[in-house]
Design a protein around this ligand. Structure first.
Ligand SMILES: [Zn+2]
Length: 247
């Protein structure tokens, strides 16, 4: 009888903890939020976009660590918050991009499951976000959808996931160039961070798919078993500039 009573009390407590910690609805703070679903009607072709010049090191060091959002919770080490992720902090100076004469340094890259951006409703198993910041603090993010296929550098990065409460994983030699697909044409739009505080004014550059092995997808998805992707947000009249390849 006593055991049954404890269970009856414990279940609602666990449920309410899940509802408040794990699946809280994402707050929209503006009209230009990310991610988005890139629909055919939102696309504008443009042959005069300023080139995104990518300068990534071939031998970069860095650390993969777990980004915690529930450190205050007593069970935080075991519970996956939907805004948590695995993040590779790149050593300063290892990579940057230049757009219209402004330099944006690569700070970190991290992962979401399933992909946050959609293309005509289609989602991939994972999406990688490479976050760059200018000296003035402007943010530029390159998004790369990841699907199952041939192994790539991403498999190397995600071969040992950092635990939520434990040691980070050090890498001495990562070729940042091979994180990106060979075709570097981009789809561009202005949006926001996809985690709190959802800051707007982020310049998004979405590239074509890169491949990773099924083992890597499964490893990441078994850690973030409930997913760590924000739902797509309304376009609110925004358009997506699609870069045509220079021939
Ligand atoms: Zn992200």
């Amino acid at each position: 009888m006593a055991r049954k009573g404890i269970v009856a009390i414990a279940v609602p407590v666990v449920l309410s903890a899940l509802l408040t910690a794990g699946v809280a609805p994402a707050r929209s703070q503006g009209a230009a939020q990310s991610p988005i679903d890139i629909t055919p009607s939102s696309i504008r072709f443009d042959t005069h976009l300023p080139p995104l010049l990518i300068s990534y090191g071939h031998h970069a060091a860095g650390d993969l660590h777990y980004v915690r959002k529930d450190a205050a919770a007593s069970d935080g080490c075991a519970v996956r918050d939907h805004e948590e992720t695995e993040e590779f902090e790149v050593e300063p100076g290892a990579g940057h991009v230049t757009l219209s004469g402004v330099r944006y340094d690569l700070v970190q890259f991290h992962f979401h499951t399933p992909s946050e951006h959609r293309f005509a409703g289609h989602a991939d198993p994972l999406e990688m976000h490479l976050v760059h910041r200018s000296a003035a603090g402007a943010l530029l993010v390159i998004g790369v959808p990841l699907r199952v296929g041939a192994p790539s550098t991403v498999d190397k990065v995600l071969s040992h996931l950092a635990p939520e409460c434990g040691e980070e994983v050090h890498f001495a030699d990562i070729d940042l160039n091979t994180l990106l697909p060979v075709n570097r044409a981009t789809a561009r739009y202005t949006g926001s961070l996809t985690t709190a505080p959802f800051t707007e004014g982020v310049q998004w550059f979405l590239m074509g798919e890169k491949t990773v092995t099924q083992a890597t997808v499964s490893r990441f998805q078994s850690l973030f078993y409930a997913g760590n992707a924000r739902p797509v947000q309304p376009l609110n009249g925004r358009t997506v500039q699609l870069e045509l390849p220079h021939i």
